[in-house]
Design a binder for this molecule. Sequence first.
Ligand SMILES: [Zn+2]
Length: 210
Amino acid sequence: MIHEILPVGPLQCNCSIFGDEAQREAIVVDPGDNVDKILAVLKKHGLKVKAIVITHAHIDHIGGAAKLKAATGAPVLMNARDRELYDHLDVQAAWLGMENPERTEIDAEARDGVTLTLGDATFQILETPGHTQGSVSIWIPSRNKLVAGDTLFRDSIGRTDLPGGDGRQILRSIKNQLLPLPDDAMVIPGHGPLTTLGREKDRNPFLQDL
Ligand SMILES: [Zn+2]
């Protein structure tokens, strides 16, 4: 499976582009910005986007969704509990001193139990609220990869001091939804370097009391 990770926008959100070599289809996670670069990667591999998945409705993760959808026709999936945050994208933009991006319709809900397929791989949505109420992670068992959004980082966890954040809830989400996954699973955080679940269990200071 093709997997390119593209840090996009001023906050360098890790946008993941997954592609199936046989069917030339792609799933794009968190197209926060730099849609032209994302489209260039898709073109390089000859991929057609079948779904755009948003881990949560912060502008650095969702800001390019409307543009990518317009360019590809692919549906956008997001958890409904982040709808209010998405409704206030203009507030987020102003807060960061960014231009207010175009908004799009959310086409389908990303919630526990929802799965997407890409070639022979299954993408499972795991609800991991805490950073925001609608935060989700994406687990790809056959590739042993977890796209964690802003729930889990190398040596840290997502901030919970923004609207919709809850410090206890994010720890509960990590404990119940993420830590049961294999220790050698690769974690692609929403920002910064990759890691593994085992490494974070051992060394992440926020996880030591779980
Ligand atoms: Zn965020």
